[in-house]
Structures are given as C-alpha cells and as structure tokens.
Ligand binder design. Structure first.
Ligand SMILES: [Zn+2]
Length: 167
C-alpha cells in the first residue's frame, strides 16, 4: 500500500527532478547534484539544496523554480533548505547529468568525462571536444557564459565549446 504521504513525496520528487538548471537548459538540478534530498517532515515537503560555486546558476532562480514546480502539482506546504557544507562539487554530477551536459555541447568536468567511443578519440593535450571527441583543443577563454565554465576551441571540427571546470 502506498500511503498518501508517500504518494505526495513521489510526486514532489518527480516535479523537482524535472526542474532544469536555469543556465544549462536540458540539464536538471537533480542531475547536477544541486538537490541533495527531498523528504517530508511533519507533512511539509523539504527540499535540501547546495549551491554550485559562486558565479554559477543563481540560487534564487533555482529556489523560485522549485517552488513553482511544487505549486504546479498542488503542493503548497514546502520548505527549501540551503545547505552550504559540504560544499558542492562537480563529482556530484550524476552519470545522466554528464551525458546531458555533453548533449548540450558542454564538456563535463575532466574527472567526470563519460566514455566517448575510443575510435572517436584522438590523442592530444586538450579537453575532449563534446562534438567530435577530439582532444586536440585549446582554451580560448578562462570564463564562459558563467565563471564555472571556460571556452575551448576544437582544432578538428572547429567548434567552440564550454568546459565545465572541475571543482
Ligand atoms: Zn571537435
């Protein structure tokens, strides 16, 4: 038997999981590891979040999007707890999140690069290009659209891409 409370919690999890990062369309805040947990205390849905490093997605935007998602499924009783310790790390990005970053044309943090078919890889010193898999890339700018990303250019396919710096 699923109790009404469990059902509510499941729906809350589903709604929050669907919230995308405001600065990385298509990549969810759960997949990025920003949402630490979603539980229920005394009938109130509690969403615990940890901000990414400074300069990254505005937490106020994320908080209001979480609120809108919960209200959208009829949940009025909720609280958003912001926890700063331990600090967010790129290692919290899930496997699904890394794949979505690649699909969005953003190279995931180097320590977190999912497997790109070996045939597509070429040796080189650079960050792997999310479009063609080449490592023959150069950094063109330390800062991308946000300070957590840098711009790199691929010398093989000539794409410019953003690299999500490890943290
Ligand atoms: Zn390329």
């Amino acid at each position: 038997m699923v109790t009404a409370e469990e059902h509510l919690l499941d729906r809350a999890r589903e709604a929050v999981t669907a919230v995308a990062d405001p600065e990385i369309p298509g990549v969810g805040i759960v997949d990025l590891g920003i949402v630490r947990k979603i539980d229920q205390r005394d009938g109130v849905i509690v969403v615990t979040i940890t901000p990414t490093y400074s300069g990254c997605p505005a937490m106020s935007v994320i908080e209001s999007e979480i609120g809108a998602a919960l209200r959208g499924i009829g949940i009025q009783e909720f609280r958003i707890d912001v926890v700063l310790t331990p600090a967010w790390s790129t290692s919290w990005i899930t496997e699904a999140g890394k794949k979505r970053l690649l699909e969005a044309g953003i190279a995931p943090p180097a320590s977190a690069t999912p497997n790109i078919p070996i045939l597509l890889q070429t040796p080189g010193p650079g960050i792997q290009c999310p479009y063609c898999g080449s490592n023959d890339t150069n950094k063109v700018s330390e800062f991308g659209s946000t300070s957590c990303k840098a711009y790199h250019r691929c010398n093989q396919c000539l794409s410019t891409f953003e690299y999500f710096k490890p943290f």
